[in-house]
Design a protein around this ligand. Sequence first.
Ligand code: ZN
Length: 370
Amino acid sequence: MKWSFKIGSIMGIPLQVHLTFLLLLLLIFFAGTSVIGMGGLYGVIFVILIFASVVFHELSHAVVARHFGIAVQDITLLPIGGVARMVKTPDKPTQEILVSAAGPFSSLVLAFSLWFVAYLIGIDVKFAEAEKGGNLVAQLIFVNVALAIFNLLPAFPMDGGRVLRGFLSLYLAPYKATRIAVSVGQIFAIGLFFLGLYSMNFFMILIALFVYLGAEAEERQTTIVSSLGVANAGTAMITDLETITPDDSIGHAAELYCRSFQQDFPVMEGSRLKGILTRDLLTETLHQKGPSARVKDIMITDFEFVNEQTPLSEVFQKIQTTGLKVVPVLKGVELRGLITLEQIGRYHMLCSGYSCDFLQAGKTRQTATV
Ligand code: ZN
């Protein structure tokens, strides 16, 4: 996610913090009481404890997802909560239900455990004062219960919305199930928005916007994924490619760029793919360092790749989670082609509402000219 940086990792999953989250901490430290009812160091510690609860919630999604073989890219902390990004959405409805329900369930377990430990060591948990800042343990229990209930709202993209889609998918086509879950989510968001306006609760308005936009993004994503159908990477990859070498200059890459439609360039050393030069990187380097800069000093060497049989929908999800808009298609170590976000968009335009299976069947493809 943009503007996020890594602060560590838990169970091999990178933990990231979004810049706006740090701003929130600063705001609480200095502006204090008006933000969450308490300020200074105590406020900051309280917020950090809340977010430890959020991390626990997200980790439980991650553990169940992993159990079903779905890797978790990272966990990012935002001022409005956390996000665990998965490499793909679960295929089976029951998996989606279990992965989504794991978060709220674990928050309830954590709340109960906190209460139980406090009871054992004889801390008097004053729930009545929790809202006005009486007792730290009571407040933490309160926060975790709230986290569970709030996430169980049947509003996409909250966990409850995903659970709802999972149940609907047991009986309906995935696209229809998503549609219904999205509509329910947006009705909730609109309700929440007006409730926020009425009670002058800025945080509630923010969450309403987040839910509304999140629901829309989820629907768009499902529409694209369903139009990609059974197509695989081999069907939509660009094979007519110009390549460059690590020792080439940026000026040379710029010449190739201007002579063709190609945006991104595979960097080859002999027959081995060594890196990728994207359009953004090419433009930025040309403007900052001039045409004599070397490709090898700036090329992207940390990238994901797929093979020709990888489903196009999986390539699309990979592009979305990594943020790199180009994915090389390899056969062993041999480069067969490139898939870009634009290319997936073109395929989507052509095949949305029409079955493009013939493209798969009549594949008379030549090897990439590389
Ligand atoms: Zn959750």
